[in-house]
Design a protein around this ligand. Structure first.
Ligand code: TA6
Length: 303
């Protein structure tokens, strides 16, 4: 049973955390503080906006994103769980799992010093049993501050091992896709999903001038998105992730997707995702917990 706006109001914090939305779009939590703000939809527990002080929005959201409590929201940070991409045995099942198209339960909003912490959990739904016949569900914690910190945790409460894959599928807003540079993945081998080929480490920063869909294996470093057009560098620090994905659909795929917005909207975004993507699925014995922690921060880049 999803929480009503009336039930959610009890979590609000004056001049800090409030609720917007309606029965059609579902509720979202809006965190607005002197130095930064964020918006998180309970549908998918999906952040669609995080804006640190004096910065343009860090997350990209499509002008054509659907907010209909059914369609995955195009942009922000989709939570992919308990599988990433197309299900390995059931390609007809929803892409990226069941978590991003479910309304999560808000468990708490807390102020910790200057940060606001949002805690949500994925409820067990009868309709999910076909896709995930287990009791284990993830929780997610968002810490909204000068850094946006995300902790996606799964504890195995089933009496048997569970195996799952997952990712925080973050859409970053960029000045122009061809002017950015991504470093931190130079030493990671990767699988090019467009060719199916496994590639050795590139030993060079990533630049993008065509459709790009790569799974980097065992990234060791923080990932940095350099955006001279926005005079900023976004740092994505991560723990517990065995995969990083870099994706831009480019023009043709973008046009075929139907919810990317304007024909050139793909030029304003890049996905840099952290997770545990096949073949690096997570296997948990009963009682074990796995957590991915991803921290996003922004620094003004020297000219
Ligand atoms: O993370 C990259 C990717 O797996 C791409 O292959 C593309 O499918 C993208 O995710 C978006 O997937 P979606 O199901 O949200 O359209």
């Amino acid at each position: 049973m999803t929480q009503s706006l009336e039930e959610l109001e009890k979590f609000s914090i004056p001049r800090t955390a409030s609720f917007w939305g309606d029965d059609d779009t579902g509720a979202c939590i809006h965190v607005a503080k002197s130095r930064n703000s964020a918006t998180v939809y309970l549908f998918g527990a999906q952040p669609i906006m995080w804006q640190p002080d004096e910065q343009a929005d860090v997350l990209w959201i499509s002008d054509a994103a659907e907010f209909d409590l059914h369609t995955p929201i195009r942009g922000g940070i989709p939570v992919c769980w308990p599988w990433f991409g197309s299900h390995p045995a059931h390609p007809e099942w929803p892409s990226h799992g069941i978590a991003r198209t479910a309304t999560w339960t808000l468990d708490a909003i807390e102020r910790i010093e200057t940060d606001v912490v949002l805690r949500l959990s994925l409820p067990v739904r009868e309709s999910d049993a076909k896709f995930w016949p287990h009791l284990s569900r993830p929780t997610i914690t968002y810490t909204v501050g000068d850094t946006f910190c995300i902790e996606l945790a799964t504890t195995n409460i089933d009496p048997h091992p569970i195996c799952f894959s997952q990712a925080l599928h973050t859409y970053f807003s960029v000045s122009d896709i061809e002017s950015i540079r991504i470093d931190g993945l130079e030493k990671a081998p990767f699988t090019d999903k467009l060719t199916g080929r496994k590639e050795p480490p590139a030993d060079a920063p990533i630049t993008i001038a065509a459709e790009t869909d790569r799974i980097y294996h065992r990234p060791q470093e923080p990932i940095r998105l350099h955006d001279p057009g926005f005079s900023r560098t976004i740092t994505i620090a991560h723990k517990g992730a065995t995969s990083a994905v870099v994706w831009n659909p480019w023009s043709e795929k973008s046009a075929s997707m139907g919810d990317m917005g304007e024909p050139d909207a793909y030029r304003g975004m890049v996905c840099i995702e952290t997770g545990n993507v096949p073949p690096d699925d997570v296997i948990l014995a009963p009682g074990e917990t796995h957590t991915i922690t991803t921290s996003i921060s922004v620094a003004v880049a020297a000219e």
